[in-house]
Design a binder for this molecule. Sequence first.
Ligand code: ADP
Ligand code: MG
Length: 255
Amino acid sequence: MAKVIAIANQKGGVGKTTTAINLGAALAELGKTVLLVDIDPQGNATSGVGIEKSTIQHDVYEVLIDEAPIAPAIRHTERQGLDIVPATLQLAGAEVELTTQIARETRLKNGLAAVQNQYDYCLIDCPPSLGQLAINGFTASDRILIPVQSEYYALEGLGQLLQTIDLVRKHFNPDLAILGVLMTMFDGRTNLAAQVVSEVQQHFSDKVFKTIIPRATRLAEAPSYGESIIDYDSSSRGAAAYRDLAKEVVARYGN
Ligand code: ADP
Ligand code: MG
């Protein structure tokens, strides 16, 4: 059974998609089979692993709204072991459409059930909101990875996220737990970044991953080439950081 991890924070621009792609690629490099699931209508994970929008025939929208099987939507990427269920802009409508549907919270979970035996890890790239799409992500997951940007107001909004996780745990998914909090875009030249990291560590103690993702231009460049950092610049600091994170994730699960 795949270990299913939602990568979530309702703030935009904190490194969710960057983490989904690069953690996925780093896990694949370790020999794990990984399914990325893009549930952000912006589809940044989809384009970031090199899937051209015009070539997408089936996407995650059909799984959520039409309850279509997920297998036809799965695409291989150039990175061996890393597959993706793509998102297109039509997913933007799903947030509203789901609110009128029966058993709406379990659509993604039901869809994933059919392919969970084929993967070691499933990483769900959540949208920057706490609506029906995110709730589907949380209901389908056994752990949540929360990227937090190493800047002022890092902790702002996390209370709301934790409340939503609690609600999902109570109503749909009793075993849901936080896998870890990941500090992203860390700029080692500023005192502020170090202060923020220590503040988040005080708050979340050992839930914070030891791996800290540096702010690195190469990480921002890679998606425009449709490649993870592992493929775009294998010897970069960003690649090293996501490799460390992959090892930490595997260790936290215990295999
Ligand atoms: P989210 O999915 O949370 O909205 P993204 O992963 O898309 O966030 O990141 C937001 C922007 O910051 C993107 O342009 C991305 O390329 C860039 N970015 C993310 N992580 C880093 C990093 N560690 N260093 C530099 N740029 C980064
Ligand atoms: Mg994103």
